[in-house]
Write a protein that binds this ligand. Sequence first.
Ligand SMILES: [Zn+2]
Length: 378
Amino acid sequence: MFSTGHHRILSVLSRSGPQSRTDLARILNLSKASVTALVRELIERNILDERERVFGFGRPAVMLGLRRDAASFIGISLQSDPVHIVLTDPHGRTHVHKTMPLVTDVEACLEAMVGAVRAVAAEAPEGVGALAGIGIVIAGIVSSDSHVCRISATLGWKDVDIGQRLSALTGLPVFVENDANALIIGEQLFGESGDLPDFSLVFVSEGIGGAHIIGGRLHRGRHGGAGEISHSPIAIDGNALPCRCGNRGCLETLAALPAILGAARRNGLPGDIATIKALAADGQPEALSILHQAGTALGIALSQIIQFIDPARIIIRLDPDLLKSVFARALRQSVEAHVLRRESYETDLVLTALHPRDFATGASSLAAQHFLFGNTSL
Ligand SMILES: [Zn+2]
């Protein structure tokens, strides 16, 4: 295991790329001698290597970088069927990707995950480091120690200590996280928004998830349920549709993929997003209206996030067919219409594609985060 000093060095190199010993000492406010000793240990353990020399006006500097083969991580998404499993390196690159059917029986699921971990590890290409940890993503609420699935409607689980149990079976540290939280941790570690201290992420798939980095840290809330916007009430009139949670008018009943497909079916349209998008692009009135209403509803929810917590950016992860569609345009218009106008600043909305395997790479980033950062924060 690493000391806090090691983790602090690793977190700088992971976030900012290769640095010299002098720069590390300055950034971390440590003595050059301390940095030199810590770096020596990390080089001896094959975690760091020395790279290019930079010839400036002063003495040449040796840059230290995080080795690609320092470790590897497995991410497992139990978020939907099929399960996606990936193997990644410390720079967030995926080297192996597999899928398997989702099984919700806890014992059978554990057995399948052990088999998948073995199969993925066996396919790791030359030059990939030793396995250092596993991340699991679920749709639901996870305990604050990232081990126990408190509740997941998708899996039908309540208080299942899936993390400790898989750890006992594999001998590796295992971290469990909610789907949206895992996506935002992956973004913080390896994405373009990683340097922002305050940003949010919302995804639309079978459900709708939300997560927030506030002051550089994931905001979990008292019970681990912060950011859960799928069941925020958006429609409050008599037409509010019943939701699977038992309430009516939840955001999910208006803007999640099953809601869009359901509305299409009720209007006699084909039940796939690509066709609905194409029909809307051709001006088909029902298709236009369905995507417009769904985008508007999500925009209202995003406006609430902006008013409540004022993030610098909201990353909106969507089915690729919803990008550059009426849905996306209505979403932006809705945010524009509902957020209090501010003179000098506005929240940046970034719409990007969401693929099912992204939840697995988010899961592996949990293990990478623990390996690189421990409990350290800069
Ligand atoms: Zn609901």
